[in-house]
Design a protein around this ligand. Structure first.
Ligand code: ZN
Length: 429
C-alpha cells in the first residue's frame, strides 16, 4: 500500500522494481516464502490504464510473473502493484455486456432462492461495479448496499438508486455498513475476490458484516479453466490470485468459514461459484469433495501442470505472431474486437501494436477514443468496424466469442473473417 510517500517517490520505486524484478514476496494465503515463478510475461502495462491519445509519455510497465506456492499450492502473482493505481477510476462496467447482466441476474436469483431472502434481509456486493448485481437483488425485494472503490462506478450505481460506499472492503467499511444497514444475509463478490491483496483483513471484515446465518458467495476465475484453456491473458496485475478450491478452503477454514457448495460456471473463461457460511452453519454438498479430488487428480499440488501451461502460452505467442505476420505480409487488414483488460496482457506479451492491429472496436463508450495500454492501439466504436471492413477481426474478448460473432453477423456475411487467440491461435471457419 502507498502510505505517506508522495506518488512520485512511489512511482520511482515501482519503476525500479520493474527494472530488477524483485524476489517473490511471501504467499498470500499461507504467508510462507518460496513462491515458484512458472510464467514470466515480462514488463507489462496496467491492464485497465486506457489513456487518451493526447497523454504523452510511455505507459508505466511492471513485472508480471505468476507463481505457485509449494506449501499451500496457491497460484498468485509474484509481486503486486498498489491497488490505488488500479482501482480508483475503472472502465470495466458490468452493464455493458448483455451476457454478464443476465449472468448476474441468475446469481441474484440463486442466492435469493437458496437463502429465502426477503424484504428484511440485506445483500452486500463487494466490488459492486455499477450496481448491476445489486439491482437484481433489489428487484427481488431484498435490501442492498454496495462497496466499490472506483469512484466513477460508485457514482454510476448511486445514479441508479443503489446505495454504494466508494471504498475498499476492510474492517472499517464493514463496520460502517453494519451500523447503517445491519448484518448481511448475503455477501457477494463477483470477480473482485482475485484482486484482494490482504486476504486476512478482508475475511476479518467479512466476519464483522456477515449474519450468523448469512452466506458468502464468490465468483472467481478458476485456475483449472485458466490452465485448460491456456488463458495466460487473464493474468494481469489486478488479479493477484488464481484460485483453486484447495487453497481457498484452507484460507476460509482459518477464518471460521466453511465452503458448503461449489459450482463450475461457463461464464467468462470458466468460473467457480463458491458458497460459504460460518463453520457448522450449513451441510456440505458432495460437490466440494468432488472438486478437491479433481484438483488432486490434475496435479495442482505439483509443478507439472503449471510448467506445461507456460509452454503452451509460449507456443500461442509464436503461433499467433506467425499468423498475424503472414497476414500483414500479404497486405491483409486486421482489426481487434473487444478491449478487455486481458487484451493488454496479450498484446504486450506478443509485442503487437497499431502496425499489425489497426484499431480495436469496443462497445464501451468509456473506452472509445482511448488507447490500449502499452500497445497504444486506438479503441473505436463497433460501427467503425462495419464501415471500414477489415479483412480479419482478432477477437480479443474471446470469452464472448458467440456474442461478438452474433453482433458482427453482417460483417461475416460480407466476407469478414475471425481469428481467436486462445486456447489456440486460429482463423475460425
Ligand atoms: Zn502458500
Amino acid at each position: 500500500m502507498v502510505s505517506t510517500e508522495s506518488p512520485m517517490v512511489a512511482d520511482r520505486q515501482l519503476a525500479s522494481l520493474s527494472a530488477q524484478a524483485a524476489p517473490p514476496p511471501p504467499c498470500l494465503v499461507c504467508g510462507r516464502e518460496g513462491l515458484e515463478v512458472f510464467l514470466d510475461l515480462g514488463p507489462t502495462p496496467l491492464a485497465n490504464a486506457f489513456r487518451l491519445p493526447e497523454e504523452t509519455g510511455a505507459d508505466p510497465c511492471f513485472p508480471l510473473r505468476i507463481a505457485r506456492c509449494p506449501h499451500c499450492h496457491h497460484a498468485q502473482l509474484a509481486g503486486s502493484v498498489p491497488p490505488e493505481k488500479m482501482f480508483t477510476d475503472y472502465l470495466y462496467v458490468s452493464s455493458y455486456s448483455e451476457t454478464l447482466v443476465a449472468h448476474l441476474d441468475s446469481l441474484a436469483s440463486a442466492v435469493t432462492a437458496r437463502r429465502h431472502l426477503g424484504k428484511n434481509d440485506l445483500a452486500v456486493d463487494i466490488g459492486s461495479n455499477d450496481g448491476t448485481l445489486l439491482s437484481s437483488f433489489a428487484r427481488r425485494g431484498v435490501r442492498v448496499a454496495g462497496v466499490e472503490p472506483a469512484r466513477n462506478l460508485a457514482a454510476l450505481a448511486r445514479a441508479r438508486g443503489i446505495e454504494t460506499e466508494a471504498c475498499y472492503f476492510d474492517r472499517f467499511a464493514a463496520q460502517k455498513i453494519r451500523q447503517a444497514y445491519g448484518p448481511a444475509m448475503a455477501v457477494t463478490a463477483t470477480n473482485s475476490f482475485p484482486h484482494i491483496q490482504d486476504l486476512d483483513e478482508y475475511l476479518r471484515a467479512l466476519d464483522l458484516l456477515l449474519d450468523p446465518r448469512g452466506v458468502f458467495v464468490i465468483e472467481a476465475h478458476y485456475l483449472g479453466d485458466m490452465l485448460d484453456q491456456t488463458a495466460f491473458d487473464t493474468i494481469y496485475h489486478e488479479h493477484v490470485s488464481y484460485w483453486s478450491l484447495g487453497p481457498m478452503k484452507r484460507l476460509f477454514e482459518r477464518h471460521g468459514l466453511q465452503i458448503f457448495d461449489v459450482e463450475r460456471l461457463p461464464i467468462h473463461h470458466g468460473q467457480l461459484r463458491v458458497w460459504a457460511a460460518r463453520a457448522g452453519a450449513a451441510r456440505t454438498e458432495p460437490s466440494v469433495e468432488r472438486l478437491l479430488a479433481a484438483e488432486r487428480e490434475a496435479g495442482f499440488s505439483s509443478r507439472l501442470p503449471f510448467d506445461r501451461f507456460a509452454e503452451r502460452a509460449s507456443r500461442i505467442r509464436s503461433g499467433l505472431g506467425r499468423l498475424l505476420g503472414g497476414l500483414r505480409s500479404r497486405g491483409a487488414t486486421v482489426a481487434g474486437y473487444g478491449a478487455p483488460a486481458k487484451a493488454t496482457t496479450l498484446l504486450s506479451y506478443l509485442g503487437l501494436g497499431p502496425d499489425t492491429i489497426t484499431y480495436i472496436a469496443d462497445r464501451s463508450p468509456l473506452k472509445q477514443g482511448r488507447l490500449v495500454p502499452g500497445a497504444r492501439i486506438p479503441i473505436v466504436s463497433p460501427s467503425e468496424l462495419l464501415t471500414s471492413r477489415p479483412d480479419y477481426v482478432l477477437i480479443l474478448a474471446w470469452n464472448f466469442v458467440d456474442e461478438i460473432m452474433a453482433q458482427l453477423a453482417g460483417y461475416r456475411r460480407a466476407g469478414g473473417r475471425f481469428i481467436v487467440p486462445v486456447p489456440e491461435a486460429r482463423i475460425l471457419d
